[in-house]
Design a protein around this ligand. Structure first.
Ligand code: DQA
Length: 147
């Protein structure tokens, strides 16, 4: 069974109460429950990690390279400026899919840049919690193709 890791970055633990007009009113826990249910349906082993700290996200990416087949990453605001997270993604061989709930390209100017995009296999943004679900589906199909 293929194993995937979902990493949520800073402030995403507050989903549900954080700017619901932008990020929706579903809670962090309920979104995670849905992600897990979809992964099970797709025959994937899925684990979820959240951190508000850059170094912890980097540590998880390093650990994932040995024990997971792919990573779905919402790096939150680190997306826009963390060269350290970008380098960590570039350093590992497993595919990383970049995810955002909001359409970062339609928001503040500083959100239009993703420094991690060039080292991710693709980006899914703007579909709310469905961005994660689409990423699980894409990862499943990609891992199947790689067989
Ligand atoms: C986000 C978009 C980022 O710009 C923001 O800093 C976040 C969430 C999203 O999921 O839409 O924290 O990654």
């Amino acid at each position: 069974m293929k194993k995937i890791l979902v990493i949520h970055g800073p402030n995403l633990n507050l989903l549900g109460e954080r700017e619901p007009g932008v990020y929706g009113s579903d809670t962090f826990d309920s979104i995670n429950d849905e992600i897990l249910a979809i992964a099970v349906e797709k025959g994937l082993h899925c684990e979820i990690f959240q951190s508000n700290h850059e170094g912890e996200i980097i540590d998880q990416l390093h650990l994932a390279r040995k024990s997971f087949d792919g990573v779905i990453l919402n790096a939150g605001a680190y997306t826009h400026y963390s060269y350290a997270i970008r380098d960590a993604i570039a350093a590992i061989k497993i595919p990383v899919i970049e995810v955002h709930l909001s359409n970062i390209h339609a928001r503040d100017e500083f959100r239009h840049t993703s420094v991690i995009a060039p080292v991710c296999v693709g980006q899914i943004a703007g579909f709310g919690k469905r961005s994660y679900f689409l990423a699980v589906e894409a990862m499943k199909e990609m891992l199947e193709d790689a067989k």
